[in-house]
Design a protein around this ligand. Structure first.
Ligand code: PEP
Length: 252
C-alpha cells in the first residue's frame, strides 16, 4: 500500500554540470525501476537543470528547503510558487542541517509544510533526536514534539501526500546507522503521533522513511523492516553507481 521511496539529498554538492553528468550515468542505471519511487534533491542552482533533464523518466526532483511566503523582501530565499513554476514536485523541510546551521525552528517547519500543501508540493518533513537526547531518554519526547509542531493546524484533507523522514542526528554523515529495532521503534512513535494529530487512516498511509548513513551494504536490512517505507540518503546518493545499488536493495 505504501510504495517505498528512496531519496537522494545532495546537500551542498554538485554544480549544474556535475548534476547533469550524474544523470547521464544514473538514469540508464535505474531505467524501468518501478518498485520504489526515486527523488533527487539537488542544490537550488542545479534544480532547474535536473528538472528539465528528468522529464519523462521515472526520477523526480525537489528542493532541499523553501520559504513559506510566495514572494517578498527575503533575500536568498526561494518560494513555493517559484518551485511549482519550474515543475518541482517535492520539497524537503526541517532537515537537521537546516535546523542546526540555518536556525530553522519547529514553527517555520509548520509554516513551510502548510505552504507546501497549498502548492501541491510533496513534503518530506525531517525529524530526529540528537545523541544527547537519545542518551538522556528523550527520543520519544523529541519526536512527538517535532511531529506535533509540524502538523499544528494542518487539515487532514490536504495532507495525503505527507512523507516523514526519521533522521537521528547522530547517524547523519557519521557512518553510524541506527539499528533496525531503534528505527522500527521511532517509526512506531511517529506513526502514532501522526494518527493523534491527523487521524489513523492518514497515519496508516503516510510514508515514514529512514535517513542516516544508508549504504548499499545496509539498505536491504533497513528496507526489510515493516515500518520503514524508504530511505533518505545523503553521502550515498552522490555517486550514481552507489546510489543505484542502494535503490536496487535486495528485497527480504
Ligand atoms: C541526509 O543528508 O539526510 C543523510 C541521511 O545523510 P547521510 O546518508 O550521509 O548520513
Amino acid at each position: 500500500m505504501r510504495k517505498p521511496l528512496i531519496a537522494g539529498n545532495w546537500k551542498m554538492y554538485k554544480t549544474p554540470r556535475e548534476s547533469l553528468a550524474f544523470l547521464e550515468a544514473f538514469l540508464p542505471m535505474v531505467e524501468g525501476h518501478e518498485r520504489d519511487e526515486i527523488v533527487l534533491f539537488p542544490t537550488m542552482s542545479s534544480l532547474g537543470y535536473v528538472l528539465d533533464r528528468i522529464q519523462g523518466t521515472n526520477v523526480r526532483a525537489g528542493a532541499q528547503t523553501m520559504h513559506w511566503m510566495n514572494e517578498g523582501p527575503y533575500t536568498g530565499q526561494t518560494s513555493p510558487t517559484m518551485l511549482a513554476s519550474i515543475r518541482c514536485t517535492h520539497v524537503m523541510l526541517g532537515h537537521s542541517e537546516r535546523r542546526i546551521y540555518a536556525h530553522e525552528t519547529d514553527d517555520m517547519v509548520n509554516w513551510k509544510l502548510k505552504a507546501a500543501f497549498g502548492h501541491d508540493l510533496t513534503p518530506i518533513v525531517c525529524v530526529g533526536e540528537t545523541l544527547d537526547k537519545r542518551q538522556t531518554g528523550l527520543t520519544e519526547a523529541v519526536l512527538r514534539w517535532q511531529i506535533a509542531c509540524a502538523l499544528n493546524g494542518v487539515e487532514r484533507e490536504v495532507a495525503s501526500s505527507l512523507i516523514i523522514a526519521y533522521e537521528p542526528v547522530w547517524a547523519i554523515g557519521t557512518g553510524s546507522t541506527a539499528t533496525p529495532s531503534q528505527v522500527q521503534e521511532a517509526h512506531r512513535i511517529i506513526r502514532r503521533e501522526v494518527a493523534e494529530r491527523i487521524g489513523q487512516e492518514l497515519a496508516d498511509s503516510t510514508r515514514i522513511i529512514y535517513g542516516g548513513s544508508v549504504k548499499p551494504e545496509n539498505a536491504g536490512t533497513i528496507m526489510s523492516q515493516p515500518d520503514i517505507d524508504g530511505a533518505l540518503v545523503g553521502g550515498g546518493s552522490l555517486d550514481p553507481e552507489t546510489f543505484s545499488r542502494i535503490i536496487k536493495y535486495p528485497k527480504a
